[in-house]
Design a protein around this ligand. Sequence first.
Ligand SMILES: Cc1cc2nc3c(=O)[nH]c(=O)nc-3n(C[C@H](O)[C@H](O)[C@H](O)COP(=O)(O)O)c2cc1C
Length: 329
Amino acid sequence: MPVLTDPWTLGGRTLQNRLVLAPLAGIGNWFVRLQAKRFGAGLVTSEMVSSFGLAHGNERTVKEFLRIHPDEHPVSIQLFGHDAAVMREAAALTAAAGADLIDLNMGCPVRKVSKTGAGAALLDDPAKAVAIAKAAGEGSNLPVTVKLRPGNKPGDSSGVELAHRLVEDAGVAGITFHPRHASQQHAGTPDYALARELTEALPVPVILSGGLSDEARTLAAFDQSQATAVMLARGSLGNPWRFARLLGRYHGEPSAGEVATELETIIEAAEDHLGRDRAGRYLRKFYPWYADTLGLTRREREALVTAPTTAHARAALAALSGREIAVAA
Ligand SMILES: Cc1cc2nc3c(=O)[nH]c(=O)nc-3n(C[C@H](O)[C@H](O)[C@H](O)COP(=O)(O)O)c2cc1C
């Protein structure tokens, strides 16, 4: 029985352990991925990137979404789209930017994505899904994985059938399986028994996603699904220590000082990436996650989560130094 610290192979590449950072739209940029890597993730995945945005040379898409830090490898860039020719071009650009793998989004239930025929809509269009996966491999010369769900609605098994076709007909290197139907979005109990069936049936690695909100659940799901690897998503937000704990590299809870220093690192990176003003707005969704991990009082929490600028967030963190924690200047 493999354990999370065991290496494994995906598309001919050896990954050092079985913990993967999930694709998280609006979140999984280079510095969030780098953080997961620093805390031990064996593979990190980007937020979904529009193949159309890349292929049409949208400057912000190319500059911001394909920014890869030299220390975050191995990194998989997740692309979405509904057109094979566009995907081929986007995949070539992604490879040129330095990605190690390409992941394709065939599970996103968000209407903005699925109404174009991308994301979970591809579960019901297997011929197009196979063509897109082939094109991504041809355009990039990289291993391609696909993240999908069992189907669009309870009772559907189109995603399971598609997983087989993607392996057989498009030669994909692995499948990430989120065993909740698209109509469930991100709620409800994932079907780990179904994930186990898929893992046993497919000749390629299966990465499990869904419901991995803490260490105990992650270990139980890894065991129940017998998946090759597991993908932390919401559970890792503001709490990269989960990676380190699951790998036996960290024990117990981080001190408030460690959490504050970590958030300071994220603030600095966001300013570097987006400039100070945009970073101030962008980070507002990050603060509640760190406030939870910090275990703040109501007043301390309020100061952090409503910080309108990065200067206010730094001041909120500095105010915690009264509690004798080491906050970076
Ligand atoms: C805010 C947010 C953004 C997400 N963005 C993506 C995405 O860009 N691509 C994707 O394939 N899945 C995305 N997902 C799904 C996650 O990768 C993951 O499959 C899902 O959250 C289930 O895992 P969890 O229950 O452990 O959080 C997103 C989920 C959330 C909550």
